[in-house]
Ligand binder design. Structure first.
Ligand SMILES: N[C@@H](CCC(=O)N[C@@H](CS)C(=O)NCC(=O)O)C(=O)O
Length: 243
């Protein structure tokens, strides 16, 4: 297998691509963010669309993010993250912990889909402005019911495990998912998070530990870390926030 990993994702948003990207960055892996390269370097969105459109000799995933590693093509943010974590020393070593780490990462993917649906509850292909009343209702329910349920679940895992980490006693890729969830929720729902964070101290502490992990800290300070914006999954629409 080649050393290098090729990650494909939309070049201007963190979105779902950020989950596998954090694994690559934490391991300081040799990788290319292909759609963010120029076409003269063999990259760009066009290169991504060629694979998605079935114009290459590789399997065509349904949607980005996807990873190409030698002959292997993997899509689905949580599955890519698991594939990378296995190879980069960020997956727990025993089987029960590996299964549990996957469970946590897939649950993070569910939360991401729900966060997306707060601004696009009716249709992904429609403008936010054309589904605003539904978005207001959906975001209200998400803030009131779903955010505490997800964050409380993470908090309970940490409290029960008596560990600084979600799985076992060391850093795994499951922890990066929690970090990115907290980052995204803070961006999209700052008022709600200001209230909720006081209830979930272990979640906040783990977020901070991931942010301080030296390769992650270097990544976050680098231009490779895109800013959140209103094209991504976590969007700051003040009317959708509240305490
Ligand atoms: N379940 C997939 C969802 C992939 C997905 O929805 N990708 C978005 C960007 S974040 C996309 O470009 N979708 C295009 C489409 O669904 O047509 C994952 O977790 O990776």
């Amino acid at each position: 297998m080649p050393e290098r990993f090729d990650l494909y994702y939309w070049p201007t948003i963190q979105g779902r691509g950020e989950f596998p990207r954090l694994v690559l960055e934490a391991a300081e892996a040799d990788y290319r963010d292909v759609a963010r390269l120029s076409e003269s370097e063999g990259g760009g969105v066009a290169a991504m669309m060629r694979i998605l459109g079935g114009e290459s000799d590789r399997p065509a995933p349904f949607a980005p993010p996807f990873l190409v590693h030698g002959d292997v093509v993997v899509a689905q943010a949580a599955e890519i993250s698991a594939y990378l974590a296995e190879r980069l020393g960020l997956m727990p070593s025993n089987e029960a912990d590996r299964a549990w780490a996957r469970t946590i990462a897939l649950t993070a993917a569910d939360l991401v889909a729900e966060a997306h649906d707060t601004h696009h509850p009716v249709g992904t292909g429609l403008y936010y402005e054309d589904q605003k009343p539904e978005a207001l209702r959906r975001a209200g329910e998400f803030r009131r019911e779903r955010m505490p349920k997800f964050l409380g679940w993470y908090e309970a895992i940490l409290a029960r495990g008596g560990s600084d980490h979600l799985v076992g006693r060391s850093l795994s890729y499951a922890d990066f998912g929690l970090f990115q969830i907290v980052e995204g929720l803070r961006y999209a729902f700052p008022r709600r998070m200001a209230v909720l964070e006081t209830r979930y101290p272990r979640v906040v502490a783990l977020h901070d530990r991931v942010a301080d992990h030296p390769p992650i800290a270097r990544y976050l300070a680098s231009p490779r870390r895109l800013r959140f914006n209103e094209d991504g999954i976590f969007r700051r629409y003040p009317e959708l926030d509240g305490d």
